[in-house]
Ligand binder design. Structure first.
Ligand code: ATP
Length: 295
């Protein structure tokens, strides 16, 4: 049975559908990346999944229950984001103890190992930490909770590259040892694609695609060749983007649903397109880029 099921899920703010008729299913024991441009509706969706926000219409079920006001959903899920609110007066050590008290699956040994590895001190207060260290503590808290549904919303904001790398590594290792349903919303798909099983791409509140990461890796290819040949070749292809890359040469990104040898025979060079780039092309607002603004 699915851990998450939504049908026509919608959240409206003053006439704007932040999440718009979203229908989706997430299986247990998967790591799903939620990807989308700024304002796509990621946070709004994630907050509805854990019952922080009430849906405007449609249906959302988590562990077969409507999350809003559900004690069962709140005891078995956690959202890690930069708006996590912990009591100001508690030390980091006391916060770990609160985590242990609240979450049945909390692993204090694991929490303390991470605590030591990231050089936290027991008597520190969260508000005294730097931005990156605060995020790291939040992530530690989320990992140690071992919640059946663990959601990280932009978890790496403020972390330096080395800590981000550690985070992906410890998340994957801990997930393999203790499988659970994990959702990560992030703008860094390229950094974390190796830990994902599925990708949910949303744009303007709607689902653009929900696929295994391996399918996304093969979703599109980049073609480069003489402009005249390319023009002809592209007429029956699904073109995600195209541009003249040099005089007489055209580059295009197209859906990978044709035999590549045909293109190569025409003198067209075929190259893979990274999943992060596929997501950018699929949610691009127009054919141009920032350079057009400067012209
Ligand atoms: N409390 C609110 N009141 C009014 N509009 C809101 C509110 N929260 C979010 N929105 C709007 O809903 C849309 C989706 O916002 P959301 O925060 O879910 O996007 P996001 O994909 O998480 O964006 P980002 O990547 O920038 O964090 C945006 O247009 C945002 O302005």
């Amino acid at each position: 049975m699915n851990v998450i099921e939504t049908t026509g899920l919608t959240k409206t703010y003053k006439g704007l559908n932040a999440v718009d008729e979203l229908t989706l299913q997430i299986k247990p024991e998967t790591i799903t990346g939620v990807i989308g441009r700024n304002g796509a509706g990621k946070t709004t969706l994630l907050k509805m999944l854990v019952g922080f926000l009430k849906e405007t219409s449609g249906e959302v079920k988590v562990f077969s229950e409507r999350p809003f006001n559900s004690l069962n959903v709140s005891a078995n899920s956690i959202v890690i984001d930069d708006q996590m609110v912990f009591p100001d007066s508690l030390t980091l050590e006391e916060l770990l103890k609160e985590g242990e008290r609240f979450y049945d699956g909390w692993d204090m040994t694991f929490a303390r190992k991470l605590f030591e590895y990231f050089s936290f001190r027991p008597h520190q207060l969260l508000k005294q930490l730097s931005k990156g260290k605060k995020t790291t503590f939040n992530v530690l808290f989320g990992l140690a909770s071992r919640c059946a549904l663990t959601i990280f919303d932009e978890p790496t904001t403020g972390m330096d590259a080395a800590v981000r790398k550690d985070f992906y590594r410890v998340l994957l290792k801990d997930y393999l040892a203790h499988p659970r349903t994990i959702i990560i919303s992030s703008h860094y798909l390229d950094e974390m694609e190796h830990i994902l099983e599925d990708v949910l791409l949303i744009d303007e509140g709607q689902k653009v695609m929900h696929k295994p990461i391996d399918d996304l890796k093969e979703y599109a290819v980049s073609l480069t060749g003489p402009a005249a040949v390319m023009e002809q070749w592209l007429y029956d292809k699904t073109v995600l983007a195209r541009k003249l890359s040099a005089p007489g040469t055209m580059q295009a990104v197209v859906k990978n649903d044709f035999p590549m040898e045909h293109a190569e025979k025409m003198g067209i060079h075929v190259a893979p397109v990274a999943p992060a780039d596929v997501c950018i092309y699929l949610t691009a607002k127009s054919e141009g880029g920032i350079d057009d603004v400067l012209e």
